[in-house]
Design a protein around this ligand. Sequence first.
Ligand code: KG4
Ligand code: ZN
Length: 337
Amino acid sequence: MNIPIILGIESSCDDTSAAVIQGRKILSHVTAHQKVHQKYGGVVPEMASRAHQQNIVPVIHQAILEANIQKKDISAIAFTKGPGLMGSLLVGVSFAKSMAMALDIPLIEVNHIQAHILAHFIDDANEKPPNFPFLCLTVSGGHTQIVLIKDYFDMEILGETLDDAAGEAFDKIGKMLGLDYPAGAEIDKLAQKGNPEKFTFTMPKVDKLNFSFSGLKTAVLYFLEKENKKNSNFISENLNDLCASVQKTIIEILIQKLKSAALEYNISNIAIAGGVSANSGLRNALIKEELSGLWVCSIPKFEYTTDNAAMIALVGSLKFDKKEFVDLSVSASARSF
Ligand code: KG4
Ligand code: ZN
């Protein structure tokens, strides 16, 4: 029997992405990153949907070309239904619906956050994909959650941020430091040359397995304002140390809660997902705890951490096996569903 081929489409935020998967093997994966938001210090929703409109046809065309398949070989189309920016989601959803109708093939809706987690099960994503049950720290620009995953589609959120997401903390603090949006990867790079012990920021006290990052953001803002008054070159003279110290604090907040969750639920299989899981400091902190025997951690390949359609295609493949299709009345959903 031929293994079904699924086209995945992702357009929830500022990346237009398409991927072709056969079973769990990625045949192609094409992403157009939108540079237009850089100078605004954050994603401008109206511009994001316009850029998706421009990118979606060439990106999908390229993905089909690189997969070395014909449109008629596609068994189903999987798309991100949400959560995300409505104007961005609508571009992907409308395109997926039209294409499914034209090719007369089934349509599969995908939850973006579930897809980040299930990206671990792409064939080449991970040398050791997590065993069920596992805990996943999902950290992106829009989300920070600890999720208990009992099976592919049996997930329970144990804790989440009460205000900003971890990626948002990286991006907003990066903006204060004069870095371009999104700042996470740049802070990561600069932090490697800095001293994480140079500056200390207070850890937030948050109930249960929830997180908070807005206090850290304000603390850094006041600290920078105070130091800038004494020395107007403070940021440029201390940039690496500031990045290292902020990154260390964010990682400590994340790891502390993950440890509490692992203890409370007696689970030693840990995974990370989402854009912030590309962070080298976070990866090292997880590995350090693995070496100390606390847990076994699954860390996905970089290309499957930030927004990508490969993860959407993977979920499409899993749902295709269960014949979980939606009809053409389906719509985008800004919130999780
Ligand atoms: O998952 P993602 O691509 O999009 C959302 O669904 O939000 O995550 C984007 C976030 C941004 O906040 C970006 O700054 C952050 O991931 N990020 C990083 C790194 N690479 C991307 N944060 C810290 N360290 C990195 N290396
Ligand atoms: Zn994402």
